[in-house]
Design a protein. Structure first.
Length: 488
């Protein structure tokens, strides 16, 4: 057989195809670095508290400073990617995140670390917000797009459980500084390969949406909203005066933003994206399902550590079935499943498995064995998420045009972050309240803790169940059947 010349059209096509997939993996490494950072830091919090003499209340700001910047800037960063080019925003975000990681690792005081974490959140938002938009433009063909989104969904969803394991290993083998230092070589390598592999995109131009008042309003609304969720609501309760006041101000800013965008000649965020029923419902389902998933990851980790006595490394290993099954389904089979059945038809089965996983975890006893009581929930959660989340992202991104891909990407990430923060704040508050009530009734400490976690898992299951109830409305949207073609 005669070999094809290097300059043949087939050879060039094959080379371009390899470059696209390599570029996808580079983008996913950047996302993984950011997703890992959240749970890696959670595992290392006790060590950070001891080293920098944080009080219990001030320690929360190591997490909150990051979440406020990250959740508050995602939507804005996604839209800026549409305007000036997603490659530019991605590279700038990687640079900011990597530099801030170095500052975090070098931190010698509480203020230093908290400020560096806020800057990390800014870089994380810039990087994460545009990735899905880049993927759908790099892979316009439906079958390839489904596979590429599957890879991204695995990284974005399973990264949290990988972070638990990585945090345990790094914290116990070296020290907490290295959970930040490890980002530096990864970030540099990601930037170098991204500059070589990602094609330049000029964007649609600042003149198409350089709305400064709108940018200030939406960023302020989201930052204040995330702050309200992670601080006063989690500490003082949802009915507290401060919570209601700050929540009301956040909603007022959001309403003012919507009013501004409805009347601006060149809006920052065109409201047409919210008029897409498909996009709106997909993001509602994501809020509900991610709230349930966060309950499993974070409160499940606390159950394993506080009730079952696992150390940081054992907790990370306990979540491995989630990561492995989610990875196998997302990377290897999501394309086949979405192509064969359509993305919308996969949502209810995937969410149903997540609900079942949470229900089983809500029944785990005080002295649970891993094989009998924990691993089945982990496997079901991994399978459910591996089926559901790639399909959900396909649906959310298919409802927009190329000019709004960055905005849609930022919206998907925003609803995931806000849903996770909101779900965790609600579940943690109710769990702590239930545990306190059981202690007051004279129950032993571990029994009271377990009772609190059980209530949280039941509520998380209910949230995911509400997502299932929303799916029929999504199935009736105009373009739901067009997400991917059927097999020929």
């Amino acid at each position: 057989m005669t070999a094809l010349p290097d300059d043949s059209p087939v050879s060039h096509a094959s080379s371009a195809d390899r470059s696209r997939w390599t570029a996808l993996y580079v983008l996913c490494v950047g996302v993984l670095m950011i997703v890992l950072d959240v749970t890696v830091v959670n595992v290392a919090l006790p060590s950070i508290q001891t080293a920098l003499h944080f009080s219990t209340s001030s320690l929360a700001w190591v997490i909150n400073a990051y979440l406020i910047a990250f959740g508050g800037l995602l939507l804005l960063a996604g839209r800026i990617g549409d305007l000036i080019g997603r490659r530019t925003v991605f590279l700038a975000g990687v640079g900011v995140f990597t530099s801030a990681s170095l500052l975090c690792g070098l931190a010698q005081s509480q203020t230093w670390l908290i400020v560096a974490r806020f800057i990390q959140g800014v870089g994380g938002a810039m990087t994460s917000a545009v990735v899905l938009g880049m993927i759908v433009t790099m892979f316009p063909e439906p079958r390839e797009q489904a596979k590429a989104i599957g890879v991204y969904a695995f990284v974005a969803s399973a990264g949290g459980s990988v972070g638990l394991l990585a945090g345990g290993v790094i914290t116990q083998a070296i020290d907490w500084h290295w959970i930040f230092f490890v980002n530096v070589p990864i970030g540099i390598a990601t930037a170098v390969f991204a500059m070589r592999l990602l094609g330049r995109d000029a964007g649609i131009g600042l003149s198409a949406g350089a709305d400064i008042p709108g940018a200030v309003l939406i960023t302020s609304a989201l930052m204040l909203g995330v702050y309200t969720i992670v601080k006063p609501a989690a500490e003082s309760g949802w009915g507290a005066q401060r919570t209601l006041l700050l929540g009301g101000v956040s909603l007022a800013l959001l309403v003012a933003f919507l009013a501004r965008e409805a009347t601006a000649s060149q809006p920052l965020v065109p409201l047409r994206i919210f008029r897409s029923r498909q996009v709106a419902l997909a993001n509602v389902i994501q809020v509900l399902s991610v709230a349930g998933m966060f309950g499993m990851f974070f409160l499940g980790a606390l159950y394993l550590r506080r009730v079952l006595g696992y150390d940081a490394l054992q907790t990370g290993l306990a979540f491995l079935p989630v990561t492995l099954t989610m990875g196998l389904l997302s990377v290897r089979y999501s394309e086949c499943l979405v192509t064969r059945f359509g993305a919308v038809r996969l949502l209810a089965p995937g969410l149903g498995l997540i609900v079942l996983a949470l229900v089983l975890f809500a029944r785990a006893p005080v002295r649970a064995g891993y094989i009998a009581s924990v691993m089945p929930s982990m496997l079901l959660l991994g399978i459910g998420a591996g089926v559901c989340f790639p399909a959900l992202m396909n649906v959310a991104m298919s409802g927009t045009g190329p000019e709004d891909a960055g905005l849609a990407s930022g919206l998907v990430n925003t609803t995931a972050q806000v849903g996770g923060a909101l779900g965790l704040a609600v579940l943690a508050t109710l769990s702590a309240s239930r545990a306190h009530d059981l202690l007051q009734q004279g129950r032993p400490g571990l029994v009271a803790l377990t009772g609190g976690y059980h209530l949280a898992f039941w509520i998380a299951a209910g949230l995911a169940g509400a997502g299932i109830a929303t799916v029929p409305a999504l199935a009736g949207t105009k373009r739901s059947a067009e997400v991917v073609p059927t097999l020929t």
